[in-house]
Design a binder for this molecule. Structure first.
Ligand code: BTN
Length: 259
């Protein structure tokens, strides 16, 4: 594993004030590497980026295919909010990444899909994996398919920034993501979930539409998307049962492509 430490605006990747970049050619997983650094005392705003991951981690134990040309990064966050609110950082990150992609590829229709995927024209091009430890230190892992998207054996349709017509490279996406994330984490720290929730709903669309959410391997709930509650849980109205489901864990299954 080879490593170069870059800080400030080194190597042309501008970091937000107080943030720093640790760059690797190859790691097992940037989330794992960031966690190791956090255990060793890495500060809030430490960004780990790797050209290639040999053991990229997806949500729910899935693999994240991580070839050269795509963005694989993880950020150490030491939240200044109650531990009970930490899961909200998923939506904070989704909003930040969707906005960052809009910055580097203006005009493309990026959308958030609950809890934390980013789609373009109904196809996934970014996944987010949030992990926290008992001390409340959080690692936010972000994978953006910049150059290529995995095709084989995916649970969902995928695309890449390049396939959608975007011309930004990995470093430009990384800089934009870090900038937007630093701003949104600060906003959430000061104001809580309310502003994040509105931004996420604007970026997600789909309120009033029928969606299916897989809450476990055995159970899928279908209902009309009502929105998010104050904590960021998904609210689905179930017409048949006449009740509203509050969903905190699950995967929204793909509906028809939306622009
Ligand atoms: C998902 O399943 O949608 C989440 C994928 C998260 C992938 C990113 S790539 C950078 C970071 N390191 C990892 O091992 N996973 C996350």
């Amino acid at each position: 594993m080879s490593m170069t430490l870059v800080s400030g605006s080194g190597h042309g990747v501008a970091m937000p004030p107080g943030w720093r970049l640790v760059r690797f050619d190859t790691v097992d997983s940037t989330n794992e590497q960031a966690r190791r650094l956090a255990v060793g005392g890495a500060e809030h705003g430490t960004v780990v980026v790797a050209d290639v991951q040999t053991g990229g981690l997806g949500r729910r134990g899935r693999q994240w295919i991580s070839p050269l040309g795509n963005l694989h990064c993880s950020i150490v966050v030491r939240p200044r909010r109650p531990v009970s609110e930490i899961a909200q950082l998923s939506l904070v990150t989704a909003v930040a990444v969707a906005e960052a992609l809009g910055d580097v590829a203006p005009g493309l229709p990026f959308r958030c899909k609950w809890p934390n995927d980013i789609l373009c024209r109904g196809q996934k091009l970014c996944g987010i994996l949030l992990e926290s430890d008992v001390n409340g230190v959080v690692v936010i892992g972000i994978g953006v398919d910049v150059n290529s998207a995995p095709r084989e054996g995916m649970l969902y349709p995928t695309t890449s920034l390049q396939a959608e017509g975007g011309t930004a490279g990995v470093d430009a996406v990384l800089a934009a993501v870090c900038l937007r994330l630093s701003v949104w984490v600060e906003r959430w720290t000061v104001d809580g979930m309310a502003s994040v929730r509105d931004a996420w709903l604007n970026l997600a669309g789909g309120v009033g539409e029928l969606v299916a959410v897989r809450v476990s391997d055995e159970r899928t709930i279908t209902g009309t998307l009502v929105g998010l509650d104050a904590d960021g849980a998904l609210l689905l109205a179930d017409g048949r049962e006449g009740q509203t489901h509050r969903i905190v864990v699950g995967d929204v299954l793909f509906e028809r492509p939306r622009t």
